[in-house]
Unconditional design. Structure first.
Length: 130
């Protein structure tokens, strides 16, 4: 399912939205907190500029709201409905989930956001355009 050419591939791996050949981030690990926001300026394979316009990734904050809620709902379902924790413990579980997964949520949001604007192009098509 998760193959190059699928938007999900770029979103889940943080790879270039156009060629899916390499990571947009200088450090792939989102838990390297000091480099959480550090991205390459351009893709060295297809020369896509990631920051389409100044403060482009501010828009990712709207996405992170939705992604955050998805994680919170997942934490609620697991803690309250599956494990059967009390409401207080469920609340604690949700807060902990949000904190622990914050770097992942931030990265996912950026990946989803840029994939709204840039679509995958097959290598053959790209080389024809050059
Ligand atoms: Zn690329």
């Amino acid at each position: 399912m998760l193959k190059k050419g699928n938007k999900l591939y770029s979103i889940l791996t943080g790879s270039c939205p156009k060629c899916h050949e390499e990571s947009m981030y200088t450090n792939k690990n989102p838990y390297a907190i000091s480099q959480l926001f550090k991205m390459h300026e351009r893709c060295s394979t297809c020369d896509t500029k990631y920051k389409i316009e100044p403060s482009f990734f501010y828009g990712a904050m709207y996405v992170s709201y939705a992604v955050g809620i998805a994680f919170a709902v997942a934490a609620f379902v697991i803690a309250f409905l599956i494990i059967g924790a009390s409401l207080v413990n469920t609340f604690i579980a949700i807060v902990l989930t949000m904190i622990v997964f914050m770097p992942v949520i931030i990265r996912l949001s950026r990946n989803i956001w840029i994939n709204f604007f840039i679509s995958y192009e097959k290598k053959e098509i790209r080389s024809q355009l050059e």
